[in-house]
Design a protein around this ligand. Structure first.
Ligand code: AMP
Ligand code: MG
Length: 394
């Protein structure tokens, strides 16, 4: 058996980043656009505000009109255009968001006035003009959202405000999940001796969904080479990216790399200098690609976050991927072996990264308590308390 070449984390990232992707558009109703990425730039179809409007409930009148009282010529509700021109000594009672009447150019808010017998008097000084001018937020034709933007609630609101009913989003990649392992049982069923629950297909589904892609759970395959190759071959038609969990290590029943080859895939790498997740496999066949992840639950989780999520976002045209952020280490960190880049569960609170009790790649409970991963560069054995470290939120 030949030794497998081990790539540095940065090298593996580069190989995956070099995998060609094609982005296709899929228009979706606005209500379904949350979490999706824009396939096209969006321009404002009109001015915002659409017309001069009052920013307050109050009275619209002419600036410079020094009258002691103003006759109220009409009441303007939001949504109803004004009918009367306002002249000196006059005002229109106006609601927030209602269209300014001709003649008037400022609004005194209701709290600064007294209204009596059809007249309004200003009783407190008001310095604000309280008018939102047509186009002061946005001019028609202006670029408002870039292609690749991931739509969050604020962007959904913006699109709605521009009258966009159908959003040009990127098609979401379908990501197949196959779990390998004869010991695995679906949650909800009783465990026989030696069996454990399958958590990876659930963590991967959740991570894929959170990344904005579509998880396709393709079930479990037993630890047999032929069965694994067959499962890969039939899965690949149903998805753009395939993730296999388990079966990539050095055990007697670890068949994923050879099964990928049997199914016609080229293996780009089979080992990354990362902890956890070292025996990660990345393979491609035409425009499809596949990852084989070590089955320990923290490994699967970390490898998805670090290597697979950026690929899925790129497949949706989303280039801006939040990488690390700095934090102060709350307690000293040390490790006995520092050959690999490590990702360690931490709690990020008030800019400080707190280490949690962590026993390694099977310790899902530690991950469950954490909200971030601390990145420890290869070669670094210890980090003193208070040092600035890199963390990424999970
Ligand atoms: P493997 O990578 O197949 O050698 O598995 C490594 C460890 O991860 C073993 O203890 C497996 O039982 C466990 N494991 C594998 N697949 C899963 C899974 N889907 N959910 C939870 N644990 C798993
Ligand atoms: Mg296994």
């Amino acid at each position: 058996m030949t030794a497998k070449l081990m790539l540095l984390v940065e090298e593996a990232e580069k190989v995956i980043a070099g995998f060609p992707v094609s982005i296709s558009a899929e228009p979706v109703p606005l209500a379904e656009s949350l979490g999706r990425c824009l396939a096209e730039d969006v321009f404002s179809p009109g001015d915002v505000p659409e017309f001069d409007k009052s920013a307050m409930d109050g009275y619209a009148y002419l600036s410079g009109d020094a009258s002691t009282e103003f006759r109220i010529v009409e009441t303007i509700a939001a949504g109803t255009p004004p009918r009367v021109v306002v002249s000196t000594g006059q005002c229109a009672k106006i609601m927030t968001g209602a269209m300014m009447p001709s003649g008037a150019d400022r609004v005194v808010k209701r709290e600064c006035t007294v209204e009596e017998n059809g007249f309004m008097r200003i009783v407190a000084a008001e310095t604000n003009v309280n008018v939102r001018r047509r186009g002061e937020d946005l001019k028609a034709g202006k670029l408002v959202l870039d292609r690749g933007t991931r739509l969050r609630p604020a962007q959904v609101a913006l699109l709605a405000s521009l009258g966009v009913a159908v959003v040009p989003t990127a098609r979401r990649p379908r990501v197949g999940i196959i779990t390998t392992g004869s010991e695995l049982v679906e949650p909800g069923k009783p465990l026989a001796p030696g069996q454990i629950y399958d958590s990876n297909s659930y963590s991967l589904s959740a991570q894929i969904r959170e990344a904005g892609a579509v998880p396709v759970r393709l079930g479990r395959v037993a630890d047999h080479e032929k069965a694994t190759a067959k499962a890969i071959a039939s899965a690949i038609d149903e998805c753009d990216v395939l993730i296999l969990s388990g079966g990539v290590s050095a055990g007697d029943f670890d068949y994923v790399p050879s099964a990928l080859k049997q199914a016609g895939f080229t293996l780009y790498f089979e080992k990354i200098a990362v902890q956890p997740g070292m025996p990660t496999v990345f393979a491609g066949k035409a425009e499809k690609c596949a990852f084989g992840l070590p089955g320990n639950p923290v490994s699967t989780f970390v490898i998805f976050e670090v290597f697979i999520k950026p690929l899925l976002l790129r497949k949706m045209g989303h280039a801006c991927f939040p990488q690390q952020q700095p934090a102060a280490l709350a307690s000293a960190f040390s490790r006995s072996n520092c050959e690999r880049t490590a990702f360690v569960p931490v709690i990020l609170r008030d800019g400080r990264a707190e280490l949690v009790s962590y026993h390694g790649s099977a310790h899902l409970h530690a991950l469950g308590r954490a909200n971030a991963l601390l990145r420890v560069p290869a070669g670094q054995k210890a980090i003193a308390v208070g040092c600035t470290v890199d963390v990424r939120l999970i």
